[in-house]
Every structure is written in C-alpha cells, then in structure tokens.
Design a protein around this ligand. Structure first.
Ligand code: SF4
Length: 287
C-alpha cells in the first residue's frame, strides 16, 4: 500500500484556472490534507462535479470519477456503499451542489453517508462565464440577472444544519493552513461532512473578492465557539454582516449510513462479491 505524496498527486496537466482564482488555494489545501493524513492511494476516491472546481479532475493523479452536473454526491454515495473501506471526497461548486444537486445534498446529509463534501462557493457560475448561482446575493447584477437577482440566496451552513448534518464547517481559499486543518477533520469525520469554502472567482465575481472576504471573515475557533452546541452553530450560521469561518458543528457520536446496514457489517459489498461471485447469494439478505 503506497501513500500519497505531493509528487504522486501531480498529474501532467497544469491547471487552466484564471490566475488568482480561489480554486488554487483549495487545491493546495486538499493535496496537503491528503499527504498529512497519509491516505493510501488505493483507498482514496475523488468525485468531481461540473464547473471550474470539477476541472480539478484533470489536475490530480488520484482514483476519481467526473460526474454529471449536480450528480457528484449521488455517485459518491454509490461508491461508498459499494466499498465502504474507501475515503470518498466530493469536489463541486455552489451551483452544482445547491442548485442542480440540491436534492442529493439534502438527502445525503439526512442519510449521514460517510463522504466529505468540499464545496467551492464562489457565488457565481464561473465556468459558464458569470451567471448568478444559488448563493449570489439578492440584488446582484449578473449576465443572467441584469436587473438584479430577485431570489434570496441559499445559506449552505444553515441548510446543512437544518438537515441534521453531523459535521458542518466553512473555510476560505485564502487561508490555506486553516483550510487544510478543516479538510483533515472533515475527511476523518465518521458520517457526512459539509465543508463550504469561500472561493473568490476573480474573473466573474467583482463583489466577493479576496479583499472583500478579508474584511468580512473571522475565525470561529478564536471566539471560543462550542462545536458540540447545535443551537450556537445555528445562530452563527445566520451571522451575515461578518462571516465566521471554521468548524460550526460536529456530532462526535455520529453513526454513518453504511454502519446501519446489517448487510454490510461483515465486509464491504465489493469484497462479498469477490468472495462469492454469486449474485443470488449476495442479494439474499435484501429479499
Ligand atoms: Fe476561477 Fe472564476 Fe476563472 Fe473559474 S472563471 S477559473 S472560478 S476565476
């Protein structure tokens, strides 16, 4: 079993992201987290959505799957249920997760599937050149909302908490050490972990810039926030003038979905299949 290093993670393709894009910070944090956790190559799967964030599929040399738009979470769940010995991480954007894939997001959170969601939240559809996304602020003028967005923005942290998420955090692409630490916590959490990451889109979002985030964000953990108190997490999620980043909530007694399935108690499904090669025997417990 060989563990990932910065060298093994490197693909021959250099990122096509715009210079200054927040995706670079998330990418750097992710690679550092994988290396520090010493995750074996054959036990890690990254599932990508569609968007600038999903283009990371080309830049990482890891086992992975590039899903359809809005379907990364559903594919990640399936991979985890087929082989729950794997660590499964979803890389997707705010449009992919809170727009096209919102039903999968809520359903997966409710099920507490043991996957990690790293959401590149840039408040815009970047790959398609700057339309408003589910997290764009009301009133913002974009290519697809020339008179200003009418809808209220989604609040990812509050959404996750209201669906009973067992791990909810928010990071910022410009604070790589903190983001790396949050990723490591999220990946090691047993159950579904939501990590929404502020990711400036320097080309199409001229409002939520690096400078803007620098004046808005503060570190939750420096304020003595109790991460086991869901009521405190809920209150913090609705702070909108200043933006807390860090770990909002973790349920330390979380029991993930696959551990509640009696059929998976003895071995991962894929191992049962390789032992029996008998589809009828494999399906018997489900009858
Ligand atoms: Fe990043 Fe925006 Fe460029 Fe996409 S369009 S690579 S999100 S800066």
């Amino acid at each position: 079993m060989s563990q990932h290093t910065q060298q093994t993670l490197k693909s021959p393709i250099f990122p096509t992201w715009c210079p200054g894009c927040g995706d670079f910070g998330i990418w750097a944090s992710l690679k550092q987290a994988i290396v520090e956790l010493a995750l074996p190559e054959e036990q890690l799967v990254l599932v990508y959505g569609v968007g600038c964030s999903g283009n990371m599929a080309d830049f990482n040399r890891v086992y992975g799957f590039h899903a359809l738009h809005g379907r990364a979470i559903a594919n990640a769940e399936a991979i985890k249920l087929a082989n729950h010995d794997l660590k499964v991480i979803v890389i997707a954007g705010d449009g992919d997760t809170y727009g096209e894939g919102l039903n999968h997001f809520i359903t997966s959170v409710r099920g507490n599937h043991d996957i990690t969601l790293i959401i590149h939240d840039n408040q815009v559809y970047g790959l398609t050149t700057g339309q408003n996304s589910p997290t764009t602020a009301k009133g913002t003028k974009t290519k697809s909302s020339p008179l200003g967005v009418i809808d209220q923005p989604a609040n990812p942290v509050a959404l996750a908490l209201s669906a009973n998420a067992t791990f909810v955090a928010r990071g910022y692409a410009g604070r790589i050490p903190q983001l790396t630490a949050l990723m490591k916590q999220a990946i090691m959490h047993e159950g579904l972990s939501v990590l929404d990451v502020f990711q400036p889109c320097v080309t199409f979002n001229k409002i939520n810039t690096h400078q803007w985030f620098q004046t808005k964000i503060y570190d939750l953990q420096s304020q003595g926030h109790n991460t086991e108190d869901i009521t405190a997490a809920w209150q913090k999620s609705w702070e909108l003038n200043t933006l807390p980043i860090g770990l909002f909530y973790e349920d330390k007694n979380s029991v993930p979905y696959h551990k509640q399935l009696p059929q998976l108690q003895n071995a991962a499904l894929v191992k049962q299949w390789s032992q029996t090669r008998n589809i009828a025997a494999l399906l018997k417990p489900f009858n």
